[in-house]
Each structure stands twice: as C-alpha cells, then as structure tokens.
Design a protein. Structure first.
Length: 212
C-alpha cells in the first residue's frame, strides 16, 4: 500500500480524487502506526480522517459506511490518551496470543491467573541472560548472518573497500561473504530493493546485486 504510489503514481493524473483520497488513507496509516506521536500528529490525523471519510462518501455513494471507517475517527483521541498507536495496535496483541496458545493447559479452574503467572515468568526469563544477569538483547534479538564463505581482503572490490573504510571500519585480512543477513529486523539478500537516500524530496532506491 505504501509503496504503490512510487510504482504507479506517475501514471495517475493529479486531479484524480479517488487517488488523492487513497493517498490520504496512506498518510493516516503511517501516522497511526508511527512509534512517535505528538499534538501535531493528533491534529493532522483528525483533519485527514475527516477529509478522507467525507470524500469517501462523495466518491462512493453506493458503498455502505463500514464500521472501520467510524473506528478511525477515534484514533486521534486514543493516541492522545494512550500514546503512539503502534504501542497498542491489535497486531501485537494477536502475536502475543501465540505464546499462550503454544502451551497445553490442563487446568482451567483459574485460567486467567495461570496465564498471568505464565506470562510474568516468561517475561522475567526473556529479560535475563543465561548467567542470571540483565539481558543485553531483550528488545533486540541481534543480527542474523546466514552461512557463507571466507573471502580474502584482496578479493574485495575497491568500491566496496572504500564504502567500508568510509565508516571507520578496518577491513581484516579475511572476511565472510554470505547470501543473506538480517540487521535490526531487516533482511538483506541478493536482488532486494533498498532505500539508499531518504533525505531528498523523493527517496533513492537501489538493488543489491552482490555481497562483496
């Protein structure tokens, strides 16, 4: 949904009101799931939702006004009371259910108490390392590197060397080349499209052709 305007946006006339209302919906989505919110977020969201719903009824008079369109009108007030929407959206709650469903419960006499104790013990376990000290990766599971091959320093292309050295990293005699890495939850592999520069008016994209 968010990438669609970059893919076909130049094919659609600027005066197309159906498209413009779709763009409003994208703006609403981005603001609602943002991990950061302010009073400006709430004000912008209120205006965008009002404009979107009003235009929706005008553009699609034969379509019923669905409950979800009404629920949207409560998002600004919800964010104002409880903080950024990303912290209390239902997707995370649904994911949390898997933890409780993964365990076979045999006693349902006080299931609420059992699940609460189970969850608290599980949370304590996640926040501690194997030696009982505070976990360094509680909110970050660490980088993941798939199996690869060893490459000598002289086999690395000059362009890649300059890029690595520009970050202040000293290239060792041997490095490992892999086909897939995951950094901060983002997976990188051959033929993946990535954002190279997001500071300009329009982002610059690139494609991963090879590693080293």
């Amino acid at each position: 949904m968010v990438l669609l305007p970059f893919m076909i946006g130049d094919k659609i006339p600027d005066e197309d009101q159906h498209w413009n209302n779709f763009l409003r919906l994208i703006q609403i989505t981005v603001l609602v799931i943002s991990p950061i919110a302010s009073d400006d977020t709430v004000n912008s969201l209120t205006q965008l939702i009002y404009e979107h719903n009003l235009n929706f009824k005008e553009l699609y008079p034969d379509v019923d006004f669905t409950p979800k369109l009404h629920f949207m009108t409560h998002f600004p007030d919800q964010i104002k009371k409880f903080g950024p929407g990303r912290n209390h959206w239902c997707v995370r709650f649904e994911a949390k259910h898997n933890l409780f469903k993964s365990r076979k419960w045999k006693n349902f006499r006080a299931i609420e108490k059992s699940t609460a104790f189970f969850h608290q013990r599980w949370m304590c376990l996640q926040q501690l390392s194997g030696n009982g000290e505070k976990s360094e990766v509680y909110l970050y599971e660490g980088d993941s590197v798939k199996q690869g091959i060893t490459v000598l320093q002289e086999q690395i292309s000059e362009g890649v060397k300059r890029t690595i050295e520009s970050t202040g990293i000293v290239i060792p005699h041997e490095v490992m080349r892999t086909g897939n890495v995951s950094i901060h939850g983002i997976s990188y592999s051959i033929n993946n499209v990535i954002v190279i520069d997001n500071n300009a008016e329009e982002p610059t994209f690139g494609m991963i052709r090879a590693f080293i």
